[in-house]
Design a protein around this ligand. Structure first.
Ligand code: SF4
Length: 629
């Protein structure tokens, strides 16, 4: 600050991640964006949280403090689906653990309140965004209040934060009080007494500037009543299109949280502006060890944000929005030229993509229809006839990337939405010929039609068609390439028996999956509401969810039918289902007998199953970092 002649910051950003000056790190992107708009912005990364002095090392800012847990929900980053501590934190130098507190947003916000009395506190980032209404927290098995109330902050920014953060900065800079910041899109604020919120609650159809206020079931209702929670989720999910979303209100005791409609998506020139900001593309020079997540993004290029897939286990749509926001071709090519001038660049672009690589510049045919639409997915139950599925902009972009003489390889490691890719055989051909480093990640997730329907994923036949097209294209390109299937076990709607069927399907197909995720109910996901309530939030039909950790482990073990480490638990699962006939050496068996322990029981019913300990397989120690498709 001294070197730059800064006496006082305008805005301070506190983040639970390490400082990596790269657009893939959300709080840093916001900091650079605000700096680009003329504000003096400082960042405190991973402050100590035992007293407020560390967070206050750059002094109190003039306008506001922005608080974020970082790129991941802090509980998701710390614990696995089996509630075990992950072996490393990908967003910390050296992958070290315990560099951020649990529910970091709350802890940092309270520290800021103590360190900077009177300075407005604004929450942002994925943790605050996805915990903005009453939500189910898997790690404590509780329905928790809106994080805004527990953090005692002034405002909460949800979704992608550039526009709301800039609007907040401008209004505060103009000397407006916090009470004049209550109508900013993409923000929520607290109404502290019934006198303030009662007019909305008594008249849910009351007109406000952007439409009508919709009353969600109260925190008290959804905490005690699972059906009310499911209904809340169904209502809330239909209010996420910025084109038609209404303001929402949720009462918590004497207080209430008021949610403005989501911010409008960024236009192409606004997206370009973000990626033209002067990122160093490096971790802070004081770090002695590498930041694992940086290695993943170091040589990758983001082309778009948002996702219209609407997969129920994923919250990208809720956070980034379902309207795709793409960069211009020239902006992407400019960034690649900058990257290729860095000494560390080897000539390989490890990824060109975003949440879904082949959604670049794909949108609804009509802005008017898009604005009015309340569908949760443009792809499920089938590709919407209004979707312009043209892959030409992506193909043109990739063609120009290939012409850059400094780029030897340009891979697509982001997920491919295969029901969309099917619409462009040329894309599949180009992908197989030029943009695959031998492996392509695709996510059938399961094979059971009912489970896939609960996930809002296409039927397995769509995956099979993609496999066939990709293999043909690879053969024509003279390349031996593989598809890496991602699968989820334990998703709501799936049973142990379904896991057996999935394993048998995989075996018949000759697939030995390595990427299998035991379902984690993350805050605000639709599948989380199914898991917690036992209801589908849209049909209100009952949905089974495996809740016992051992049952979830068994499901995963079955899908790893080919891996010896998982056999004891897979055998136990088969015996518990009376499917001992699937234990054996025959081609239609899943796992071989355990001659040492289970030979005598193989093929027989055994209510308890053999005594076997937990799987000795590799611990699911890291966030998958996977794409949501
Ligand atoms: S009309 Fe179809 S393509 Fe357009 S936004 Fe709605 S679901 Fe998507």
């Amino acid at each position: 600050m001294t070197a730059r002649g800064i006496d006082q910051l305008d805005i301070l950003i506190v983040t639970g991640d390490a400082y990596v000056d790269h657009a893939a790190f959300g709080p840093i992107l916001i900091a650079r964006f605000l700096e680009g708009r003329g504000y003096k912005v400082g960042v405190v990364a991973q402050p100590k949280w035992d007293d407020p002095s560390d967070i206050a090392r750059m002094g109190a800012p003039r306008l506001f403090v922005g608080v974020s847990a970082g790129n991941l929900d802090s509980m998701l980053g710390k614990l696995t689906s089996q509630l075990k501590t992950r072996s490393e934190d990908q967003y910390t130098p050296g992958g070290e653990r315990n560099q951020r507190p649990n529910r970091a947003t709350l802890v940092y916000s309270n520290l800021c309140r103590a360190a900077f009395p009177g300075v407005p506190i604004v929450l942002g980032g994925i943790e605050a965004s996805l915990r903005r209404i009453a939500h189910y927290d898997y790690w404590s098995d509780k329905v928790r209040r809106s994080m805004l109330l527990d953090a005692k902050a002034d405002l909460l920014v949800f979704g992608m934060g550039e526009k709301p953060a800039w609007e907040i900065a401008q209004r505060l800079d103009a000397g407006k009080p916090l009470s004049a910041l209550r109508d900013i899109r993409g923000t929520a604020h607290v109404l502290n007494s019934p006198k303030e919120w009662r007019p909305f609650a008594d008249e849910p159809s009351r007109n406000v500037k952007d439409g009508k206020v919709l009353l969600l079931p109260s925190y008290e209702e959804v905490r005690g009543d699972r059906l009310a929670f499911a209904k809340m989720t169904g209502t809330f999910q239909k209010e996420t299109n910025p084109g038609n979303a209404r303001p929402l209100l949720q009462v918590h005791g004497d207080q209430a949280v008021y949610f403005n409609p989501p911010a409008h998506p960024l236009k192409e020139e606004e997206m370009d502006e973000l990626y033209d900001l002067p990122f160093q593309r490096l971790p802070h020079p004081t770090y002695k060890q590498g930041v694992p997540a940086y290695k993943t993004v170091k040589d990758s290029i983001v082309t778009m944000r948002g996702c219209f897939g609407g997969c129920t286990f994923c919250s990208i749509t809720e956070h980034e929005g379902r309207i795709i926001q793409s960069r211009s071709e020239s902006s992407v090519l400019r960034e690649i030229r900058q990257l290729s001038r860095m000494n560390s660049f080897s000539g390989t672009l490890t990824d060109i993509g975003g949440p879904t690589a082949n959604m670049y510049k794909v949108r609804c045919k009509s802005e008017k229809i898009e604005t009015a639409c309340r569908r949760l997915s443009c792809l499920h139950p089938k590709v919407c006839s209004n979707l312009n599925t043209d892959h030409t902009p992506l193909l043109d972009l990739l063609g120009k990337v290939r012409k850059n003489k400094d780029v030897k390889h340009a891979y697509i490691a982001s997920g491919i939405r295969y029901d969309l890719a099917e619409k462009s055989p040329e894309f599949i051909r180009v992908l197989a010929q030029h943009h695959t480093g031998g492996q392509v990640s695709v996510a059938p997730e399961h094979n059971n039609p009912d489970v896939l329907d609960k996930m809002k994923k296409p039927p397995i036949e769509a995956y099979e068609r993609f496999v066939s097209s990709f293999c043909d294209a690879s053969e024509k390109a003279g390349k031996e390439q593989h598809l890496v299937p991602y699968l989820i076990t334990g998703h709501p709607g799936s049973t142990l028996s379904d896991a057996v069927d999935l394993a048998l399907y995989l075996k018949r197909q000759g697939m030995r999956p390595r990427q299998v995720q035991d379902f984690i109910p993350t805050p605000m996901a639709i599948a989380t509401a199914m898991y917690h309530t036992g209801y589908d939030p849209f049909t209100l039909e009952p949905v089974y969810s495996a809740k016992k950790l051992r049952e979830k482990r068994m499901m995963k073990a079955l899908v790893f039918y080919w891996d010896e480490q998982h056999w004891p638990l897979a055998r136990e699962a088969l015996l518990s289902l009376g499917k001992g006939h699937l234990i054996g050496r025959a081609a239609d068996c899943l796992v071989p007998p355990d001659y040492g322990k289970t030979k005598s029981t193989a093929g027989k019913r055994s209510p308890q199953g053999p005594r076997s300990g937990p799987p000795r397989g590799p611990r699911s120690g890291t966030p998958r970092g996977r794409k949501p498709n």
